[in-house]
Design a protein around this ligand. Structure first.
Ligand code: SAH
Length: 219
């Protein structure tokens, strides 16, 4: 029975990759491989595992959501990760995006402000055997200075503006991807590149809709 379910989910994961990722603009082979390796069903509420490979966000409790697979792939691709990169994620949520990042980057540091989500994600990632991810409970708008600088930073909640501490903790040549804009409406996903100590370049990528980033440098 279990095998049957697993097989079924493997087929759905392949369909997701073909239709929602390759069928759109996800072409980085490392991102496709990472999306293939991480079992999204292990990150959604148990009663929703049948929906794990549908291309939409799902509730994970505390009024938060696991992002849609396409958006996780899109943001990961936008980070232009290499295998020696150290990445910081703000907004651990279920831990799914951290798991995807960890299949490409050397190490992933992820920060979640809600205790129950941070605890669940930490346990889940440990049980699944991801050993290059560290989960920290705290206000991610302040980054995680202990492990800075980061080659890549991704924020999976929307901010009123790019938090300064994140710019400070970005390595020179690093990339920061973050949704910026009004709380409940459409936001803009932007990528900031740090070109030099005091030189940053910002690009607008696309329109997105995320839950709010709440904290000292957020809402
Ligand atoms: N990346 C997640 C999706 C998370 S949704 C996944 O793959 O499942 C956004 C998350 O950001 C929520 O869990 C929310 O609690 C968290 N969040 C909001 N403001 C935050 C802050 N200041 N610091 C850290 N996490 C924050």
């Amino acid at each position: 029975m279990r095998l049957h379910f697993t097989k079924n989910l493997d087929a759905r994961r392949e369909t997701m990759i073909r239709e929602h990722l390759l069928g759109r603009d996800i072409h980085d082979p490392m991102v496709i491989r990472a999306m293939r390796e991480v079992p999204r069903e292990a990150f959604v509420p148990e009663e929703m595992f049948e929906l794990a490979y549908e291309d939409y966000p799902l509730p994970i409790g505390e009024e938060q959501t696991i992002s849609q697979p396409y958006m996780v792939a899109y943001m990961t691709q936008a980070l232009e990760l290499s295998s020696t990169d150290r990445a910081l994620e703000i907004g651990t949520g279920s831990g799914y995006a951290a798991a995807v990042l960890s299949r490409i980057a050397a190490a992933v540091y992820t920060v979640e402000r809600l205790h129950s989500l941070a605890e669940t994600a930490r346990l889940r990632l440990e049980l699944l055997g991801y050993d290059n991810i560290l989960v920290h409970e705290g206000d991610g708008t302040l980054g995680w200075p202990d492990h800075a600088p980061y080659d890549a930073i991704v924020v999976t909640a929307s901010a009123p503006q790019v938090p300064k501490p994140l710019l400070e903790q970005l390595a020179v040549r690093g990339r920061l991807v973050i949704p910026v804009g009004p709380t409940t409406f459409l936001q803009t996903l932007v990528r900031v590149r740090r070109l030099g100590e005091d030189e940053f370049r910002t690009e607008e990528l696309c329109g997105v809709r995320f839950v709010p980033l709440i904290g000292a440098e957020g809402w």
